[in-house]
Design a protein around this ligand. Structure first.
Ligand SMILES: C[S@@+](CC[C@H](N)C(=O)[O-])C[C@H]1O[C@@H](n2cnc3c(N)ncnc32)[C@H](O)[C@@H]1O
Length: 310
């Protein structure tokens, strides 16, 4: 268990690739919609010096505080805000920014959030079942203890892509109240049997609850839409996702926004006069090199997609 003041514990994933594909340049203005511990923001500030600016936003006030300590030396070049990336246009406006050269969304949670006591994201330790980035509203314990069995199974199936969702939901309902991460992990493990490969049997259930608590997929859609509005022509959007649900949303959004024709496939000629707002910078997704995966196992599932505002 790490202390929040112990210095950065999260290694920014795909950092050099992100800087390259965002085309970070001196004097540019950027939004890091998922500030975390400020690793990517620091990289962007370095690459855009001496005058580049970054507006870093995070839904978790504890992450903003950690990033503030790290980025203090950049003074007013680093503008940090507690908020939701879905609101980036408003937050940017409050900082006098109306258009930007690049936006990064590095989705999900940081290593600091999993390794720090109090978030309730991890089944490695036993602590209150919380899972909120921003400590307001419903917790994972609220959902686990008040949702009916059928709905709970749907959440676990849809957001966790967990095939054993019905058995898990049944076991959860029978074991209520479930108040801690350890309790939940045990209930799920008993319901589905032992480990599957390297993964803890509760991994998918924990992912599902985290997505549900924070309404993450809805936020991703809203964040992409907001980014589309805030980028100036030629500005780039980089999105790093860590599981297939997020990545599918990003891919579908980028496919739609870069499409030059949206006519039904059976139409013999194009009649839609679609004008795409984005162009594809690189059709293939960017994945971490072997060396990065060896040094930082968290990067294994990372997928970076990039598009450029027209
Ligand atoms: C993978 S971490 C980012 C790590 C960061 N790139 C770094 O290098 O330190 C994702 C961060 O996004 C934040 N987050 C998740 N959903 C958010 C949202 N809707 N709006 C703003 N921040 C969000 C989380 O609190 C977490 O700190």
């Amino acid at each position: 268990m790490r202390d929040t003041d112990a210095g950065p514990t999260h290694r920014p994933v795909l950092l050099s690739e992100t800087l390259e594909f965002l085309a970070v340049a001196g004097g540019g203005t950027y939004v890091d919609g998922t500030l975390g511990e400020g690793g990517h923001t620091e990289g962007i500030l370095e690459a855009s010096g001496p005058n580049g600016m970054v507006l870093g936003i995070d839904r978790d006030p504890r992450s903003v505080a950690a990033a503030r300590r790290r980025l203090d030396r950049y003074g007013s070049r680093a503008m940090l805000a507690h908020g939701n990336y879905a609101d980036m246009e408003r937050i940017a406006g409050e900082h006098g920014i109306t258009a930007v050269d690049g936006i990064l969304l590095d989705l999900g949670f940081s290593s600091r959030q999993v390794n720090t006591a109090g978030y309730g994201f991890s089944f490695q330790t036993d602590e209150p079942l919380d899972m909120r980035y921003d400590p307001v509203g419903e917790t994972a314990a609220d959902i686990v203890n008040s949702t009916n069995e059928g709905e709970l199974a749907d959440v676990i199936f849809q957001y966790g892509e967990e095939r054993r969702s019905r058995a898990i939901a049944r076991a959860i309902v029978r074991s209520r109240p479930i108040l801690t991460t350890g309790q939940l992990a045990q209930v799920v493990a008993r319901a589905v049997g032992g480990r599957r490969g390297r993964r803890h049997p509760a991994t998918r259930t924990f992912q599902a609850l985290r997505i549900a608590v924070n309404q993450e997929l809805t936020q991703v859609e809203a964040g992409l839409a907001a980014a589309g509005e805030l980028l100036r022509p030629g500005g780039r959007l980089a999105v790093i996702s860590y599981h297939s649900l997020e990545d599918r949303l990003v891919k579908e959004w980028m496919d739609r926004e870069t499409a030059t024709c949206i006519c039904p496939p059976e139409f013999p000629v194009c009649v839609c006069e679609q004008e795409p707002r984005f162009r594809t910078v690189r059709r293939r997704i960017v994945r971490p090199a072997k060396e990065e995966i060896t040094e930082n196992s968290r990067s294994r599932s990372a997928r970076l997609r990039i598009a450029e505002r027209i």
